[in-house]
Design a binder for this molecule. Structure first.
Ligand code: MGD
Ligand code: MGD
Ligand code: MO
Length: 759
């Protein structure tokens, strides 16, 4: 079957293909942004809103978690940030009339793109058991329904409280507080599918699960390695930071199976010169085979060990543990094995080594290209080994830089959104609020899906996000969701998770970042933490999309009062009135937030402490930074198969689809494409432009199929393929996860291509 768009879609998914681009941003990006923004918001609102993004008195961009530079241009221009804002500030509305016209069954046939394009949700909506349409419901009745189902559970652990990473610190703190006072640590979050592998690897090795660099460090670095990340699309403001670092003398190595335009050349729209010619960003491109990174860094580590004087022996002696065992394992690395694992040639690795040895200050940045593999955690640990060897953690211009996704995903974790909370955090909660939080670990995303599938969890509550589309194994996940008694989504926009429901379902519409949040004590602001541990305020200015919206903190406070009633020890009413009261409590529970209300009022906010970065102190079990010596792994590829990575196009924010183009990769008007190396296409006998089904093969023997993808001959590494998420999530087996972190292995799915049957 050739790709057929779901019924009602405005545009046929009919991909057109041109040559990929070799530069990002520039004039086309500005034109594109204004067109998208004006379509959603009109001219006046576009100008007003875009001026407020990431300004000192404005709101935090709901796009990515990249930090803000201290000296902002009037409009820190970012095409994809602007698209994220336009998506939220749109003038389109999804009203009760819309739901009367569209049954849930109808909504389930629509594409994610179509659903998102309908606009902002305006009223709380309820789908009764056996009902065909969502109906408007009062907030009181909505909270009653949640309370009915929660109190009917045999155990609080039959409830799941999911969070997506846009939720503010204040809302996140209240949400985990409610879940724990209710009695469960079942707090799965999008981080489980995202940077969990980074947290797992960093916690164990350096004692803090977060990056160790600030923006200034990038400007001081000699060498920046960007591995498994596409900042031109997903963190566009990082390109200006890389440009500045390069102007200061840094060199850049890019490690990626795909040549990504943003890493090739950046046309800075803020400077006339940038607009014309742009700056080349990558000095050396290692076009690695998917999953080859651990092998690459292991070999580099061996080569460093083999070079006289290359190891920072004093640092290793004073600050690290496990060196001997690691060094013995690293010395075993061999060229042939590494060349096979990475698909690289010897000469390019030798050039990389020279750049590594020439650098006194090295930073490694990474994102989903490293975290979503079976061996993601040992891969990131190998990067830590690499940095430790030359003393590159805990001094200016050097360190680990996992680049986070959602704008407050890091802050949510800091606030306690975690299914495996540290005992010290629970102790602090207990002391502050006087109830005994549950101590048993809760369920992460993958385990939560299994629990619903096996009838062990019956209420699913989501603070944002789009759980069924973001999760792996779409058919399994959707069937699991449909088994729930009640599914509840606190959302700004319509998405597929509203159409794939439990027996009863609720949609609770909420304020976005851009909107004014008025409570009894006056106008409120919230706070967020960026990818580099900087905490700052975010204040919305726009009139809310509807008078019926409640803020996320207000929803949690009212729900908690309704569910917990007299038994609660928490002053929910006070918190709802004045978010400063929430911050006072955060200050007393979470380390690093001393004087929170005062410090967050300062322009630019404040940095959270980070012992390895600030004092070269490593709060690990050994009290030192730990070298590790895991065996090298890389994905095996059977004959006639490809390793598929599922990634983002330039016109999407996770499951939110802005449009059908992927400009830098030369794709227009369609998303069902699979990028294949031309030589692989030839060897497999599939023609460029033909349509194939992607069929994933996994040891459970279940055949997972995504039909109707147009083959695009593309210069990706040999043996590798790429196609967009979430269309390909159906191919990622629920049980295919990273060791230790349990993150779905969305970047290495073994697939075969089958010629699509034509209709
Ligand atoms: N506009 C926009 N911004 C976003 C998002 C969005 O969807 N749209 N999403 C946000 C979120 S939640 C996140 S987590 C981030 C995601 O940011 P990214 O991680 O940049 O997103 P992906 O598109 O998944 O890209 C993964 C990159 O890793 C490469 N890669 C894949 N496999 C391998 C491998 O084995 N080794 C190496 N070295 N490279 C590999 C891919 O070719 C690709 O360049 O972006 C955030 N920002
Ligand atoms: N195959 C594959 N799967 C992946 C990935 C991949 O690379 N490949 N990436 C994974 C990653 S890195 C992540 S982070 C997850 C993302 O998983 P999620 O965070 O669950 O998904 P999003 O698409 O970001 O969620 C979008 C929805 O959030 C709601 N929303 C937006 N803003 C707000 C707000 O301010 N408040 C509230 N309450 N709701 C809001 C809107 O209703 C919107 O429809 O997906 C993961 N899934
Ligand atoms: Mo993410």
């Amino acid at each position: 079957m050739a790709s057929k768009p779901p019924k009602g879609d405005p545009v046929q998914d009919a991909p057109q293909v041109a040559e990929p681009k070799h530069a990002a941003a520039g004039l086309p990006a500005i034109g594109h942004t204004l067109r998208v923004a004006q379509r959603q918001m009109g001219v006046k609102r576009t100008a007003l809103t875009l001026l407020r993004v990431n300004q000192k008195d404005g709101f935090d961009c709901p796009g990515c978690a990249w930090p803000e530079p201290e000296h902002r241009h009037t409009a820190e221009f970012c095409e994809n940030g602007a698209k994220a804002v336009a998506e939220e500030a749109t003038l389109r509305r999804v009203t009760p009339e819309f739901f009367a016209a569209h049954s849930v069954a109808d909504l389930a046939t629509r594409s994610g793109y179509w659903l998102g394009q309908q606009g902002r949700l305006t009223h709380p909506m309820y789908l009764p058991e056996g009902g065909e349409h969502y109906e408007p419901v009062t907030w009181e009745r909505a909270f009653d329904i949640v309370a009915e189902e929660l109190t009917a559970l045999d155990s609080p652990d039959e409830a799941l409280f999911y969070t997506s990473g846009r939720t503010s610190n204040e809302a996140a703190f209240l949400y985990q507080l409610f879940a724990r006072e209710f009695g469960t640590n079942n707090l799965p979050d999008c981080s489980n599918m995202c940077h969990e592998s980074s947290g797992s690897a960093l916690n164990e090795t350096i004692g803090v699960g977060k990056g160790s660099v600030l923006l200034e460090d990038l400007y001081k670095a000699d060498l920046i390695i960007v591995a498994g990340q596409n900042p031109g699309t997903n963190h566009p403001r990082m390109l200006s930071a890389l440009e500045k670092a390069k102007a200061g003398g840094a060199r850049v190595i890019t490690v990626n199976p795909l040549p990504e335009a943003g890493m090739e050349r950046f046309k800075n729209p803020q400077t006339p010169q940038g607009m014309l010619k742009g700056a080349a960003l990558t000095d050396l491109f290692l076009q690695i085979r998917i999953g080859g990174d651990q092998a690459l860094f292991r070999l580099l580590n061996k080569l460093i060990l083999d070079t006289e004087g290359a190891v920072d022996e004093e640092f290793v002696r004073e600050h690290t543990h496990g060196y001997e065992e690691f060094a013995a394992a690293a010395r075993d690395a061999d060229w042939d094995g590494t060349l096979a694992a990475t698909g690289l040639d010897r000469e390019v690795i030798e050039r990389a080594l020279k750049m590594v040895l020439d650098s006194e200050r090295t930073i490694v940045c990474w994102a989903m290209g490293l975290t979503q593999h079976k061996h993601a955690v040992p891969t990131i640990r190998e990067i830590v080994n690499f940095l430790l060897l030359r003393g590159n953690i805990g001094r200016p211009g050097a360190g680990v830089c996992p680049v986070r996704g959602h704008s407050n995903v890091q802050g949510d974790r800091t606030m306690g959104i975690f299914e495996r909370p540290a005992p010290a955090f629970l102790d602090a909660l207990e002391k502050e609020f006087g109830f005994a939080p549950p101590r048993e670990h809760g369920l992460d995303v993958v385990r939560a899906i299994r629990a619903m599938r096996d009838d062990k969890a019956k209420v699913f509550f989501a603070m944002g996000g789009n759980f069924v589309s973001a999760s792996p194994d779409t058919e399994v996940t959707e069937a699991a969701m449909r088994r729930a008694r009640l599914t509840v989504h606190v959302s700004t926009k319509l998405n597929r998770s509203h159409a794939v429901t439990g027996a009863r379902a609720l949609i609770l519409p909420t304020l976005g970042r851009t909107e004014r949040d008025l409570q009894a004590s006056g106008e409120q602001f919230v706070t967020v933490e960026d990818s580099m541990g900087m905490v700052h305020a975010s204040r919305g200015r726009l009139e809310p999309a509807s008078p019926h919206l409640l803020s996320e903190p207000a929803i949690v406070c009212r729900l908690a009062r309704r569910v917990l009633g007299e038994r609660s020890r928490v002053p929910w009413e006070e918190f709802e009135k004045d978010y400063a009261a929430i911050r006072d409590r955060i200050e007393r529970v979470v380390p690093g937030f001393e004087n929170f209300n005062v410090r967050v009022a300062e322009p630019g906010g404040f940095a959270l402490p980070h012992a390895p970065r600030d004092e070269r102190r490593f709060p690990t079990a050994t009290g030192k930074a730990n070298f590790t010596a895991a065996p090298v792994e890389y994905p095996e590829l059977p004959e006639g198969r490809l390793l598929l990575q599922t990634l983002r196009s330039h016109d999407q924010y996770n499951t939110t689809i802005y449009g059908l183009d992927d400009r830098y990769r030369g794709i227009r008007n369609g998303r069902r494409v699979v990028l294949v190396n031309p030589e692989d296409a030839r060897a497999l006998g599939v023609a460029d432009g033909s349509y194939v089904d992607l069929v994933s093969e996994w040891k459970d023997g279940v055949e997972r199929r995504a039909p109707g993808f147009r083959v695009v001959a593309y210069p990706t590494a040999r043996g590798c393929a790429a196609a967009y998420y979430p269309e390909t999530n159906v191919l990622v087996p629920l049980d295919a996860t990273a060791d230790t972190s349990n993150t779905p292995a969305s970047k290495s799915v073994v697939v075969r291509l089958e010629q699509s049957a034509t209709d």
